[in-house]
Design a protein around this ligand. Structure first.
Ligand SMILES: [Mg+2]
Length: 251
Protein backbone atom coordinates (compact mmCIF):
# COMPACT_ATOMS: atom_id res chain seq x y z
CA UNK A 1 0.00 0.00 0.00
CA UNK A 2 1.35 3.42 -0.90
CA UNK A 3 1.80 5.64 2.09
CA UNK A 4 0.68 9.26 1.85
CA UNK A 5 3.81 11.34 2.12
CA UNK A 6 3.94 13.00 5.52
CA UNK A 7 5.78 16.31 5.55
CA UNK A 8 5.21 17.35 9.18
CA UNK A 9 4.79 20.99 8.15
CA UNK A 10 3.06 21.82 11.45
CA UNK A 11 6.52 21.64 13.08
CA UNK A 12 7.47 24.92 11.36
CA UNK A 13 6.61 27.82 13.70
CA UNK A 14 5.01 31.06 12.48
CA UNK A 15 7.34 33.98 11.85
CA UNK A 16 6.69 35.69 15.19
CA UNK A 17 7.78 32.57 17.11
CA UNK A 18 11.06 32.07 15.26
CA UNK A 19 14.04 33.08 17.43
CA UNK A 20 16.78 32.31 14.89
CA UNK A 21 17.29 30.57 11.58
CA UNK A 22 20.25 28.32 10.90
CA UNK A 23 21.04 27.34 7.33
CA UNK A 24 23.32 24.88 5.64
CA UNK A 25 25.26 26.54 2.80
CA UNK A 26 25.84 24.11 -0.09
CA UNK A 27 22.70 23.26 -2.05
CA UNK A 28 20.58 24.96 0.61
CA UNK A 29 21.41 28.68 0.24
CA UNK A 30 23.97 28.43 -2.56
CA UNK A 31 24.21 25.98 -5.45
CA UNK A 32 27.01 23.44 -5.14
CA UNK A 33 26.31 20.33 -7.19
CA UNK A 34 25.57 22.35 -10.31
CA UNK A 35 28.85 24.36 -10.19
CA UNK A 36 30.87 21.18 -9.55
CA UNK A 37 29.17 19.51 -12.50
CA UNK A 38 29.85 22.58 -14.66
CA UNK A 39 33.52 22.37 -13.62
CA UNK A 40 33.79 18.74 -14.70
CA UNK A 41 31.89 19.35 -17.93
CA UNK A 42 34.25 22.18 -18.69
CA UNK A 43 37.32 19.99 -18.08
CA UNK A 44 35.83 17.26 -20.24
CA UNK A 45 35.25 19.71 -23.10
CA UNK A 46 38.79 21.08 -22.83
CA UNK A 47 40.57 17.73 -23.13
CA UNK A 48 39.74 15.52 -26.15
CA UNK A 49 41.19 12.47 -24.37
CA UNK A 50 38.28 12.71 -21.88
CA UNK A 51 35.67 12.29 -24.61
CA UNK A 52 34.29 9.08 -23.08
CA UNK A 53 34.57 10.10 -19.44
CA UNK A 54 31.28 10.10 -17.51
CA UNK A 55 30.83 13.32 -15.54
CA UNK A 56 28.57 11.70 -12.88
CA UNK A 57 31.29 9.11 -12.17
CA UNK A 58 33.90 11.86 -11.88
CA UNK A 59 31.63 13.70 -9.43
CA UNK A 60 31.12 10.56 -7.33
CA UNK A 61 34.87 10.04 -7.15
CA UNK A 62 35.38 13.73 -6.33
CA UNK A 63 33.04 13.36 -3.35
CA UNK A 64 34.59 10.10 -2.18
CA UNK A 65 38.10 11.57 -2.23
CA UNK A 66 37.16 14.46 0.05
CA UNK A 67 38.81 14.24 3.45
CA UNK A 68 37.39 16.17 6.40
CA UNK A 69 40.55 15.36 8.31
CA UNK A 70 42.68 17.24 5.79
CA UNK A 71 40.46 20.31 6.04
CA UNK A 72 40.17 20.14 9.84
CA UNK A 73 43.89 19.60 10.28
CA UNK A 74 44.63 22.57 8.00
CA UNK A 75 46.90 20.33 5.94
CA UNK A 76 45.92 21.71 2.56
CA UNK A 77 44.27 24.80 1.11
CA UNK A 78 41.01 24.31 -0.74
CA UNK A 79 42.76 24.95 -4.05
CA UNK A 80 45.36 22.29 -3.26
CA UNK A 81 42.71 19.89 -1.98
CA UNK A 82 40.66 20.19 -5.15
CA UNK A 83 43.70 20.13 -7.41
CA UNK A 84 44.86 16.88 -5.74
CA UNK A 85 41.43 15.32 -6.14
CA UNK A 86 41.15 16.42 -9.77
CA UNK A 87 44.63 14.98 -10.52
CA UNK A 88 43.65 11.63 -9.01
CA UNK A 89 40.46 11.47 -11.05
CA UNK A 90 42.15 12.47 -14.31
CA UNK A 91 45.11 10.13 -13.75
CA UNK A 92 42.61 7.29 -13.24
CA UNK A 93 41.10 8.23 -16.61
CA UNK A 94 44.48 7.74 -18.27
CA UNK A 95 45.62 11.37 -18.47
CA UNK A 96 48.96 12.59 -17.30
CA UNK A 97 47.20 15.08 -15.09
CA UNK A 98 50.26 16.44 -13.30
CA UNK A 99 51.46 18.05 -16.54
CA UNK A 100 48.15 19.82 -17.00
CA UNK A 101 47.53 20.68 -13.35
CA UNK A 102 47.37 24.44 -13.71
CA UNK A 103 45.31 24.32 -16.85
CA UNK A 104 42.57 21.97 -15.67
CA UNK A 105 42.37 23.69 -12.28
CA UNK A 106 41.72 27.05 -13.89
CA UNK A 107 39.19 25.50 -16.27
CA UNK A 108 37.39 23.96 -13.30
CA UNK A 109 37.33 27.12 -11.20
CA UNK A 110 36.17 29.38 -13.98
CA UNK A 111 33.14 27.18 -14.61
CA UNK A 112 32.56 26.60 -10.88
CA UNK A 113 32.39 30.26 -9.85
CA UNK A 114 30.23 31.16 -12.82
CA UNK A 115 27.54 28.76 -11.60
CA UNK A 116 28.02 29.37 -7.86
CA UNK A 117 24.74 31.25 -7.39
CA UNK A 118 21.97 31.49 -4.84
CA UNK A 119 19.38 28.72 -4.67
CA UNK A 120 15.89 29.87 -5.75
CA UNK A 121 14.13 31.59 -2.85
CA UNK A 122 17.32 31.99 -0.77
CA UNK A 123 17.41 35.76 -1.11
CA UNK A 124 13.69 35.95 -0.19
CA UNK A 125 14.02 33.96 3.02
CA UNK A 126 17.19 35.84 4.02
CA UNK A 127 15.56 39.19 3.29
CA UNK A 128 12.53 38.17 5.35
CA UNK A 129 14.80 37.30 8.29
CA UNK A 130 16.54 40.67 7.92
CA UNK A 131 13.24 42.56 7.83
CA UNK A 132 11.98 40.73 10.92
CA UNK A 133 15.31 41.02 12.81
CA UNK A 134 15.62 37.23 13.00
CA UNK A 135 19.30 36.32 13.50
CA UNK A 136 20.78 34.06 10.82
CA UNK A 137 23.66 31.60 11.12
CA UNK A 138 25.17 29.47 8.39
CA UNK A 139 26.48 26.13 9.61
CA UNK A 140 28.49 24.41 6.92
CA UNK A 141 30.71 21.36 6.53
CA UNK A 142 32.15 22.82 3.33
CA UNK A 143 35.68 24.03 2.83
CA UNK A 144 36.02 27.29 4.83
CA UNK A 145 37.96 29.16 2.14
CA UNK A 146 35.38 28.38 -0.53
CA UNK A 147 32.57 29.37 1.83
CA UNK A 148 34.16 32.71 2.78
CA UNK A 149 34.84 33.47 -0.86
CA UNK A 150 31.22 32.60 -1.65
CA UNK A 151 30.06 35.01 1.07
CA UNK A 152 32.06 37.84 -0.51
CA UNK A 153 31.15 37.08 -4.14
CA UNK A 154 27.43 36.81 -3.41
CA UNK A 155 27.44 39.66 -0.85
CA UNK A 156 25.96 37.41 1.82
CA UNK A 157 27.40 39.40 4.74
CA UNK A 158 24.39 41.69 4.44
CA UNK A 159 22.11 38.81 5.46
CA UNK A 160 24.15 36.41 7.57
CA UNK A 161 25.22 37.24 11.11
CA UNK A 162 27.44 34.24 11.78
CA UNK A 163 29.09 31.55 9.68
CA UNK A 164 30.43 28.41 11.36
CA UNK A 165 32.71 26.16 9.34
CA UNK A 166 34.75 23.09 10.31
CA UNK A 167 37.72 25.39 10.72
CA UNK A 168 36.13 27.78 13.18
CA UNK A 169 34.77 25.00 15.37
CA UNK A 170 36.90 21.88 14.60
CA UNK A 171 33.78 19.74 14.28
CA UNK A 172 31.47 18.76 11.45
CA UNK A 173 27.70 18.21 11.32
CA UNK A 174 25.82 16.24 12.60
CA UNK A 175 27.83 16.91 15.78
CA UNK A 176 25.58 19.15 17.83
CA UNK A 177 28.37 21.38 19.21
CA UNK A 178 28.12 23.52 16.05
CA UNK A 179 24.46 24.18 16.70
CA UNK A 180 25.10 24.93 20.37
CA UNK A 181 27.90 27.32 19.46
CA UNK A 182 25.50 29.25 17.18
CA UNK A 183 22.85 29.35 19.95
CA UNK A 184 25.47 30.61 22.43
CA UNK A 185 26.53 33.38 20.07
CA UNK A 186 22.92 34.54 19.77
CA UNK A 187 22.35 33.89 23.50
CA UNK A 188 19.24 31.77 22.91
CA UNK A 189 18.02 28.27 23.73
CA UNK A 190 16.79 25.72 21.21
CA UNK A 191 13.15 26.81 21.37
CA UNK A 192 12.02 28.60 18.22
CA UNK A 193 15.29 27.86 16.40
CA UNK A 194 14.92 26.38 12.92
CA UNK A 195 17.63 24.54 10.95
CA UNK A 196 17.16 24.32 7.19
CA UNK A 197 19.34 22.02 5.12
CA UNK A 198 19.38 19.60 2.21
CA UNK A 199 21.33 16.79 3.90
CA UNK A 200 19.24 14.52 6.09
CA UNK A 201 22.23 12.79 7.68
CA UNK A 202 24.17 15.99 8.49
CA UNK A 203 21.64 18.83 8.81
CA UNK A 204 18.52 17.05 10.06
CA UNK A 205 20.19 14.54 12.36
CA UNK A 206 22.36 17.38 13.70
CA UNK A 207 19.33 19.59 14.35
CA UNK A 208 17.47 16.76 16.08
CA UNK A 209 20.52 16.08 18.28
CA UNK A 210 20.61 19.76 19.23
CA UNK A 211 16.87 19.90 20.01
CA UNK A 212 16.08 22.51 17.35
CA UNK A 213 13.42 22.34 14.63
CA UNK A 214 14.68 20.45 11.56
CA UNK A 215 13.40 21.55 8.16
CA UNK A 216 14.57 19.33 5.31
CA UNK A 217 14.94 21.04 1.94
CA UNK A 218 14.08 18.12 -0.32
CA UNK A 219 14.02 19.64 -3.80
CA UNK A 220 14.33 16.29 -5.60
CA UNK A 221 11.51 14.62 -3.63
CA UNK A 222 13.73 11.85 -2.21
CA UNK A 223 12.44 9.34 0.34
CA UNK A 224 13.36 10.01 3.96
CA UNK A 225 16.43 7.97 4.81
CA UNK A 226 15.27 7.58 8.40
CA UNK A 227 12.33 8.44 10.65
CA UNK A 228 12.20 11.52 12.79
CA UNK A 229 10.20 14.64 13.53
CA UNK A 230 11.40 16.56 10.51
CA UNK A 231 9.41 19.08 8.47
CA UNK A 232 9.92 18.69 4.75
CA UNK A 233 9.79 21.46 2.16
CA UNK A 234 10.26 21.29 -1.61
CA UNK A 235 11.73 24.80 -1.99
CA UNK A 236 12.79 27.83 0.01
CA UNK A 237 9.94 29.77 -1.63
CA UNK A 238 7.53 27.29 -0.02
CA UNK A 239 9.16 27.98 3.35
CA UNK A 240 8.67 31.75 2.93
CA UNK A 241 4.96 31.17 2.19
CA UNK A 242 4.54 28.78 5.12
CA UNK A 243 6.04 30.99 7.80
CA UNK A 244 4.24 34.07 6.47
CA UNK A 245 0.90 32.24 6.42
CA UNK A 246 1.51 30.86 9.93
CA UNK A 247 2.05 34.42 11.07
CA UNK A 248 -1.18 35.74 9.46
CA UNK A 249 -3.16 32.98 11.19
CA UNK A 250 -1.91 34.09 14.59
CA UNK A 251 -2.87 37.72 14.20
MG1 LIG B 1 24.21 20.90 1.79
Amino acid sequence: MRKEKCRDLELIPPLNEIKAMFFDMDDTLVKYREPVMAGFNSIKESFPELENAIVEDMMDQFRELFSYEAVLNREVSYREDISIRLSRILNDLGMDADDEKLHFSSVFWRAFWKKRRMVDGAKDILQLCRNMNIPVAVITNGNPQIQFRTMIRLKLHDYIDVILTPRTIDEVKPNNSLFHKAMNIFDIGPEGVVMIGDSFSADMVGAMNAGIIPVWLNISGNDRPEDGEVAEISSLCELVDLIRKGDDKDE
